[in-house]
Design a protein around this ligand. Sequence first.
Ligand SMILES: [Zn+2]
Length: 75
Amino acid sequence: MPIYEYRCSDCQQKFETLVRNSSETVECKFCNSSNIKKLISAHAITSGSPETACGTAPCSPAPACGSGGCCPGLN
Ligand SMILES: [Zn+2]
């Protein structure tokens, strides 16, 4: 499940939340405002995504494809 980072437009706090489905309403954890903006999550870019070259198998404990090519950034 993806973790998204948001910033609240009301209190300017940043927070991360797990989004189970995209239609779920996300509210600020600090002031419960729904006036928030989704930020580009660093987790999604680096290691947050479970998707690999092999498909959806996670890279740990071992690459499912056996070639070691699932996570070139981690080698
Ligand atoms: Zn807030």
